[in-house]
Design a protein around this ligand. Structure first.
Ligand code: GLN
Length: 545
């Protein structure tokens, strides 16, 4: 029988519930359990696909094309749990289903209400992951306990225990112990109050994970245990990690969280084998070199907007034993100050995915700089489209060349909508989405993958315009990867350049700390060589404590 772990958050948002859920997934998986991970988000959008990065951060795309919350990225990087459309539900999707049933007459004349109809639909969403080959489903509830939006979700998971029994359900509550600098102490009151909120609904948490900046005293933990009615071994500390998020599972393991969970849910006690994970953390903490890479984007001030890209660069860094320092650049800054100034001293340039006009000219200038200075360049999605525009304008003599997304009246739409997308009216869920097969020609990408066919995830509307393939290739920008059946250009390279690869898809969604993505590997390797040749500080060993 599949067992259930529910993870809620209290006091404030952004406590790292996603990371904690992913870490628990990893710990249980390493004990041989078959784990699934899921996130329930209380907002009313059907999915985060149409949300502004300022609101939501990165949209993480799954193989099946679902546009999901970025926490699913953590799930996928930490665990091997397969992720599908059933792994991220929003309140919007839940209500959409309830309203569909109401219109179809499926409620047989009843008054349709939050309890039981919405809560039943939420429970059904959790049940979707139950299967004979699943030992445990970890369900993270987005938002903060006490929010109006979260209420139906918290109520639904309370009912879940009533339905499934105490021995099959476990509640973990992540909370904050704020540190008051003036008095130099941690405070437990917000935790007591947020557990109070849970108990009002009828949930007694089994485990409390206390996020904090400094280590709480044993006395304080005993007080939390007493006031919140949680046994002392269920009160854990998750202090801010010093070096890398990949330490979190080890921190929880050291406090025997996996042992507590397995005891409580009746799983056999086995040791979680984490030797490789310990090695990852060791390697992050002991790099031999440092390189600096410019990421020129549009939401640079936003920690979460390019989450998977930053993680993927770090993974390749682990592989090459280098610390990848990222110079985050607002593309508009390049427009104002010039690429030479803003990019001086970096050993590689990356242009990430993006939408719309703002900053495009700055990104084009960044690509030109990388091409002319022979710095490794890696373009992701929009970053590939920008590379095509740059060559069209600066080497093919196609003045005013652009993507028709950016300039609908461009005389040379080198990136454009193809027929399938022209007919689309709705914005949500209508891009080219999810895993698609790609056939590779000889080149750097194929060398990196070590394979002639690959599958990568897409999320975009516009495409390389095949009408311009010949002049672009004459100018040295060669198509080395095409969709296996639709023949859309997926990868472009400059064979005459030390490392210039740009892809129409999002490789950052398939990198893991223990299995870095081949293209990120290739890029960071090239950046390291470039830095060494130029004496950009990379040859020096960095001392990290
Ligand atoms: N805006 C571009 C398109 O829709 C690129 C999208 C992206 O970078 N994800 O095609």
């Amino acid at each position: 029988m599949t067992k259930h772990i529910f993870i809620t958050g209290g006091v404030v948002s952004s406590l790292g519930k996603g990371l904690t859920s992913a870490s628990i997934g990893l710990l249980l998986e390493r004990r041989g359990l078959r784990v699934r991970l899921q996130k329930l988000d209380p907002y009313l959008n059907i999915d985060p696909g149409t949300m502004n990065p300022y609101q939501h951060g990165e949209v993480y795309v799954l193989d099946d094309g679902t546009e999901t919350d970025l926490d699913l990225g953590h799930y996928e990087r930490f665990s091997n749990a397969p992720l599908t459309r059933e792994c991220n539900f929003t309140a919007g999707r839940i209500y959409q289903e309830v309203l569909r049933k109401e219109r179809a007459g499926e409620y047989l004349g009843q008054t349709v209400q939050v309890i039981p109809h919405v809560t039943d639909e939420i429970k059904r969403a959790v049940e979707k992951l139950v299967a004979p080959d699943v030992d445990v489903v970890i369900t993270e509830i987005g938002g903060t306990v006490g929010d109006i939006e979260s209420l139906p979700f918290v109520e639904a998971i309370r009912q879940f225990r009533l339905d499934k029994g105490y021995e099959n359900t476990l509640y973990i509550h992540l909370t904050l112990l704020p540190y008051l600098r003036a008095s130099g102490e941690l405070k437990t009151k917000p935790t007591q109050q947020s557990v109070g909120k849970l108990r009002e609904i009828g949930i007694q948490p089994d485990v409390l994970i206390c996020r904090c900046e400094v280590e709480p005293t044993e006395e304080m933990l005993r007080k939390i245990s007493l006031f919140c009615n949680v046994p002392r071994d269920g009160v854990l500390v998750e202090k801010d990690v010093d070096h890398t998020i990949y330490e979190v599972p080890l921190v929880l393991r050291d406090q025997k969280l996996d042992e507590t969970i397995c005891r409580r849910l009746g799983f056999p006690q086995r040791r979680a084998d984490l030797a490789d994970w310990e090695q990852i953390v060791h390697d992050v903490c002991h790099p031999q070199h440092e390189v600096e890479i410019a990421v020129a984007g549009k939401y640079i001030g936003l920690q979460d907007a390019y989450k998977s890209i930053y993680e993927s660069l770090a993974h390749a860094g682990i592989r090459h034993k280098v610390h990848v320092k990222i110079r985050k650049i607002e593309a508009e800054e390049i427009e104002a100050e010039g690429a030479e100034r803003v990019l001086a001293g970096v050993s590689g340039v990356l242009v990430p995915g993006g939408f719309g006009k703002r900053g495009v000219e700055g990104k084009i200038a960044a690509v030109r700089y990388a091409r002319e200075q022979r710095l490794p360049y890696f373009g992701l999605c929009f970053g590939m489209q920008i590379a095509v525009i740059e060559t069209a304008r600066n080497l093919c003599g196609l003045a005013g060349a652009n993507s028709s997304e950016v300039d609908p009246k461009t005389p040379h739409p080198v990136i454009t909508l193809l027929d399938a997308q022209r007919r689309v009216v709705d914005l949500g869920g209508t891009m080219r989405l999810g895993a698609q097969p790609c056939a590779l020609q000889p080149g750097r990408a194929r060398d990196a993958y070590g394979s002639a066919t690959i599958s990568e995830r897409h999320r975009h509307r516009y495409e390389f315009n095949p009408a311009y393939k010949a002049p672009l290739e004459q100018a040295g920008l060669v198509v080395t990867g095409e969709h296996a059946t639709l023949h859309l250009a997926e990868i472009i390279e400059r064979p005459d350049h030390p490392w210039f690869v740009a892809v129409q898809y999002h490789p950052e969604f398939k990198s893991k700390p223990n299995r870095s993505h081949p293209l990120f590997d290739g890029f960071v390797g090239a950046v390291l060589r470039c830095a060494k040749e130029r004496g950009n500080g990379a040859a020096t060993r960095v001392a990290v404590p």
